[in-house]
Ligand binder design. Sequence first.
Ligand code: ZN
Length: 185
Amino acid sequence: MAEAYAGIRFDAAGFVKGELPDYLLQLAREIEAACKEVERAGLARGIAGNLSARCAEGFLITPTGTGLANVLARDVVLIEEFDFEKNVLKRALGRRLPSSETPMHSLVYARMKKVGAIAHIHAELDGIPGVPITESKLPYGTRESALAALKALAGGDVVVLRGHGAVAVGSKIGEAVAKIINKSA
Ligand SMILES: [Zn+2]
């Protein structure tokens, strides 16, 4: 069984509630469209899963506590600064708090400069042939889980998080989503 959702596991001290600036809406709409793709593929389970895309200020990510099927462009959250070592969201703007997997997205963008987008879905996967898998089952939204995902991503653009789901990276969100659908659906 996938782990039950129990809220974000980072300190959201720097989160500011507000509207995304208009110039970021185009990218936010791409994320909304990608969320719908995930749903059409049957991979949007409950409130689980999250998508993000890099932007000049940092990255845009889907909000927490919302099923991908219901994510609207205006609900996407801008992450400008996340301190992975301290597990603190330092600067962010949006209508709702960002995804509980913000630490993982933040770590991947910081360490993998060519990655422009990340897709993460939940599925009870014990492995996909030819796809790297993390060693052990780890709680979602934690530093340990983020570090394990990063390590696995050294072996491929799509990885399985044991007992949790899958993560794919790409240059654009449409590409990351296509990769994850291709391997998981
Ligand atoms: Zn997850």
